[in-house]
Every structure is written in structure tokens, then in C-alpha cells.
Write a protein that binds this ligand. Structure first.
Ligand SMILES: Nc1ncnc2c1ncn2[C@@H]1O[C@H](COP(=O)(O)OP(=O)(O)OP(=O)(O)O)[C@@H](O)[C@H]1O
Ligand SMILES: [Mg+2]
Length: 468
């Protein structure tokens, strides 16, 4: 179980203060998967890094299975951190070691004897489905397989808690699905408590029991996913089930209904139409299975203004549906679905900012109808997504550069707990020097790259930028 209480983390750099985490409370019950969604710079990674104390919070408490991590020191803290595994977007594998060698590394750091290490590596590789690739080097395996190595390595210390920082962001959708399935499977088989951060709604949809949306260091929404979906005005519901913008016509009522679980069994549209002799128009909708429950959102248009539809709306609410009556220009840009983890300077412009697309529109566009304004906003959102994607690509490039310069390990070296291996850019046989690094490597400035990759209990494997 993970409990975070009133957590606050402020970065102070070059005379500037950034409150990255601003009073977050969070509980992940044992065996659950909790997802944190948010835009770039929202503070997600910082929050995660405060959980295993890669960053020391300024205020608040972090409790793992009831133990206050901030009260622990030395060997006790190292042991507690062994109980927290972490996986990363860019895997952080050692190119000079085989798959088995990478998984063995944290066990070596923990001082596990050779024979037991061998047994344990075989067990871990079997757990993630990599037995037949044990002797391959990272450069010879796919991205999905690299992440499986990352997961096996994170599980070496038999953690009860697994932290995942954008673990699937570098993977294609099919591989993402298989890695998410593996995480779900491990969560169930090992009773792992998982705290993951992502910018992908799909990740939340597929495996999270609960989720939060983070913005400017705070949670703006938080709770069980199916509960959030049924909450009127929920950003998460909008993000998971994006419906087209609607402009209700005069003399009509547009309602958005969300239904979860049992409510999906009833034919409520036809029941409504029959009971009130109405022509109900379905404008849009989607139904999916989330957390084992059927969940959906639908936009319906009913004849007559909202005030003449009071009984009809009450009928829908009584059927157990969440009902929102839409007023003109309803849909705003969903907050979380865009781009990927950020590189500096790729902040997406707000949807109402002028974009190149809008700027080149002919003057006729001014004084536009509501529809064209909505289209403009959608265009801006599109531009923001593109910027996000470009940013992600940029970040990957920057990561490569940082790795090549061998800078990552150097900046992260604190010489504190655990041991780590730091080496130059990928490479078969790129033998790295052994360095004492506290599980953290960050390049600031132009290329802000997270290369942190704790193996187990503060053991870090940093700075390898694999061939991707
Ligand atoms: N080591 C640091 N020094 C100074 N500022 C930092 C540091 N790390 C993060 N920040 C700042 O803290 C804020 C939160 O950063 P964080 O990396 O936690 O965001 P994030 O939500 O993980 O973003 P992304 O989706 O891009 O990974 C940002 O404004 C960032 O610039
Ligand atoms: Mg991040």
C-alpha cells in the first residue's frame, strides 16, 4: 500500500522556484493499479520520484505499507527502497550485458550469491516471457522485449510496490498492449501495488483501478476510474470517451449520458422514446469495458427545450445514468490526451492561442459562426498534439545525445546509497566504468532527460541509451 500525504516538492534553480508537487494526497490500496495522467510539466515524474525518494520532498509523508520512508536512514532506507521497483520509458539497460546479465545486475548489487542469482534470474525471465532471449544483448531485442527486461530487473528485489514512469510511451500500440497486459498479470499474480504515470488515456482504460489528473502539481480529479467516469464534468470521462462538439439547435435538448455497469443492461434509449413518445436522436457515443465493467457515454438529442424535458431527464437519472445537459459550445479540449513526455520548450499552446493554421485563414473566418470557432479550437488542439509528438521525438533525440556524451551518469552521481554502473552510449562492448550513483541521472539545460533507472534498492543503472 502506498500512502502519500500533503506532499510538496519545490525545485530551486538559478534563483527560480518551481513548485513541482503542491500538496498531493494519494492512497493506492494493496494490489491496486493507480494511474496519474497529466500534461507535460504537471509534476508527475517528480511525484513518482518522491515515492522512492529519488527526490526528497520538502513537505509531507510517504508511507509504504505503513512505514514512513522519510523517517528511515542508511541500511533501513536501502532495504525499504528494495521493496520499490521502478520502470522507465527508455528502459535504461546496459548494452554491454546480456538480457540475463541486466536482470542479474541488481541482484549482484544486493549481494545475492551466484547460484541463487542464477536461479532467480531464470525465474524472473520466465515471469516476463524472455527465457529464450536470456543470452541476447539489448541491441538485438525489440523495444517491448527491452521493457520486459526493465520489468524483470525492477522485480529483482521482490518489491511489493512498482512505480512506472511512462513505461509504454516509447512503444507502438500493439507492444504497449502486451506490456500493459504483463503489468496487469504481474499485479494479480504477485499482488503488486502499482503507481504509474502516463499521458495515454488508453493506459488508464486498460489497466488502472483508480486514476488522478494532475495539473500544476495538484490533483484536480482523483478516484476509482468507473466512479470518475460517472462524475458530471469529469475531465477523465471526456478524455476516455471524447465526443464531438455539439451545438444544440433551438428547440432541442442535447444531453450527454454516462452509464456504468448495470445501467448498460437497460435499453434506456428505446424505453425513453416509448414512454414519452419521442424521437430520440443519437448524436454520438461509445461503449467499452473498463476495469471489467461496461462503461459508455452517449449524446442524445431530444425534441423541445431543456425545461420541457424535465420529466425525461429525471427518467434517465432514475435509470442510474449520469446526465449532463449541454449548453451551446460545450466541448473543451480534453486535458490529457496529447503528445508525450516533454522536452523543454515544447509546451503546447492553449487551444485559444493563435496557431499557424488560424493565422493563415482568410479574413472571412473572423466573425465566424460557433461551428467554425469550435473547428478552430479543434485545429489548435491538433497543432498542440503535433507539437507534443515533435517534442517527444526531440526528447528522444536529446536523450541519445546525452547518452553519447556520457553526461547522464555524471550529472546524476551523488555517491550515495547503492551502486550503479554508468557507461557511454550503447554499444556492444561499450564497457562502462563502475560509478557510485544514487539511482538518478538528469541532464538539465537544453536536454532535460530522465535517465534514472534504479535496479533494486537504490542500485542504479544509468545513462545507457539503447538503440531504439
Ligand atoms: N531537477 C529539476 N530542477 C528544476 N526543476 C525541475 C526539475 N525537475 C523537474 N523540474 C520542474 O518541475 C516541474 C514538473 O516536472 P516533472 O518532470 O515532474 O513533470 P512531468 O509531469 O513528469 O512532465 P513530463 O510529462 O514532461 O515528463 C516542471 O516545471 C519541471 O521543469
Ligand atoms: Mg515526466
Amino acid at each position: 500500500m502506498i500512502q502519500i500525504e500533503k506532499l510538496r516538492k519545490v525545485y530551486r534553480a538559478r534563483g527560480r522556484e518551481v513548485t513541482a508537487v503542491d500538496g498531493v494526497d494519494l492512497t493506492v490500496p494493496e494490489g491496486e493499479i493507480f494511474g496519474v495522467l497529466g500534461r507535460s510539466g504537471a509534476g508527475k515524474s517528480t511525484l513518482l520520484r518522491c515515492v522512492n525518494l529519488l527526490e526528497r520532498p520538502d513537505e509531507g509523508r510517504v508511507l509504504i505499507d505503513g512505514r514512513d520512508l522519510l523517517a528511515l536512514r542508511g541500511a533501513e532506507l536501502r532495504r525499504a527502497r528494495q521493496g520499490i521497483g521502478m520502470i522507465h520509458q527508455h528502459f535504461g539497460l546496459l548494452g554491454s550485458r546480456t538480457v540475463a546479465g541486466n536482470v542479474a545486475f541488481p541482484l549482484e548489487v544486493m549481494g545475492v550469491p551466484r547460484a541463487e542469482r542464477k536461479r532467480r534470474v531464470a525465474e524472473l525471465l520466465d515471469l516476463v516471457g524472455l527465457t529464450e532471449h536470456a543470452r541476447a544483448h539489448p541491441a538485438r531485442i525489440s523495444g517491448g522485449q527491452k521493457q520486459r527486461v526493465g520489468i524483470a530487473r525492477a522485480l529483482a528485489g521482490r518489491p511489493k510496490v512498482l512505480l512506472s514512469d511512462e513505461a509504454t510511451s516509447a512503444l507502438d500500440p500493439e507492444t504497449t498492449a502486451s506490456i500493459l497486459e504483463l503489468l496487469r498479470d504481474l499485479n494479480r499474480r504477485l499482488g503488486l501495488t502499482v503507481l504509474l504515470i502516463t499521458h495515454e488515456m488508453d493506459v488508464v482504460k486498460r489497466i488502472c483501478d483508480s486514476a488522478a489528473i494532475m495539473r500544476d502539481g495538484r490533483f484536480t480529479e482523483s478516484g476509482p476510474v468507473t466512479e470518475l467516469l460517472a462524475r458530471p464534468g469529469s475531465e477523465l470521462a471526456r478524455g476516455l470517451f471524447p465526443l464531438p462538439p455539439v451545438t444544440p439547435r433551438a428547440g432541442a435538448t442535447v444531453v450527454e449520458v454516462t452509464f456504468v455497469g448495470g445501467a448498460t443492461d437497460q435499453p434506456f434509449v428505446s424505453a425513453l422514446a416509448r414512454k414519452y413518445s419521442l424521437d430520440v436522436n443519437i448524436l454520438g457515443g461509445a461503449v467499452e469495458t473498463i476495469g471489467g465493467e461496461r462503461v459508455g457515454r452517449m449524446q442524445l438529442e431530444l425534441p423541445g427545450d431543456p425545461h420541457v424535458n424535465a420529466a425525461q431527464l429525471a427518467f434517465l437519472r432514475d435509470a442510474g445514468l449520469t446526465v449532463e445537459v449541454k449548453t451551446p459550445i460545450t466541448e473543451t479540449e480534453p486535458v490529457t490526451v496529447h503528445g508525450g513526455p516533454r522536452a523543454p520548450g515544447d509546451e503546447a499552446p492553449p487551444a485559444d492561442e493563435k496557431t499557424p493554421t488560424e493565422a493563415t485563414e482568410p479574413p472571412a473566418a473572423t466573425g465566424a459562426t460557433e461551428e467554425t470557432k469550435a473547428a478552430g479550437a479543434a485545429g489548435a488542439a491538433g497543432a498542440a498534439s503535433a507539437a507534443g509528438a515533435a517534442g517527444a521525438a526531440g526528447a528522444a533525440g536529446a536523450a541519445g545525445a546525452a547518452g553519447a556524451a556520457g553526461a547522464t551518469g555524471a550529472t546524476g552521481a551523488t555517491g550515495a546509497s547503492g551502486a550503479a554502473k554508468t557507461s557511454a552510449a550503447d554499444g556492444e562492448g561499450a564497457a562502462g566504468g563502475e560509478a557510485s550513483v544514487d539511482g538518478d541521472a538528469r541532464v538539465d539545460g537544453d536536454a532535460r532527460v530522465d535517465g534514472d533507472a534504479p535496479g533494486a534498492g537504490g542500485a542504479a543503472v544509468t545513462s545507457e541509451e539503447e538503440t531504439r
